[in-house]
Unconditional design. Sequence first.
Length: 271
Amino acid sequence: MNPRRESSSLFLDQIRARVIVAGTQTMPVGWRLARRTLPYHDVIRVLAGHGTVRSGSRQTRFAAPAWLILPAHETHSIHGEDLRLAVVHVEWTTADQRDALTLLAPELTLTPALPPDLVDPFLKAVESWQERTPTGEACANRWMELWLTRAFGHHLPAARLDPRLVEALAWIHRNLGKPIRLDELSRTVGLSAAHLRSLFLRHLGNSPKRLLQDLRLTQAYALLEGGGMTAADTAARLGWRDTSAFAKSFRQRFGLSPGSVRRRARPGSVV
């Protein structure tokens, strides 16, 4: 057996996420969450404010920006001032239905030190779930699987993604608005185009081209939902030369036109 292949086992294929509820909330001064026990994990990004959180026998203070991870089946409470939170209630399981977060992070603390690149996929999971469509929910689940991989993959060395695949994904994220060719991407990470495509299909279930398209469309949705860019500007920023082709792909992906998403964000705006 190839030891390199064995050491990069299919982490994303082993872990499944199910987002139960996701959203962004602003809490009044002196807000307090009473002690409760839930059957799912709470992952919280503190966007503003400060406070104290208790989970089980542990208690800690926090201040924005921070992560709070409240494990399932533990009693926890939060007291905060001027809080704005992005929250995901989520179940994570392995192929044999064991709880993934418990397996991956046995020494998990309430405010873990996590890589800075976790904010983007987490907020994309929130945005996707808030679409309230089957496609949006599936996308939210996938973003949280990616979040979990980046946050806790180091706890299972045998389950890390191939480092060349991680490098390729990072390069794609940095160049979403530029024309990306498979041969250029493969040279960047030191692989043949065929080998890189094989890694993408085996680990992520998508070709590089398909994944790039999905990432661009997800980013386009977020930009349009912000209301600050037209469909044409969004298309150009993310590498589409033809606005009509962008609109067609967007509608196929989300079931909505780019203009309807922008108008929903800014009633009365003109696309």
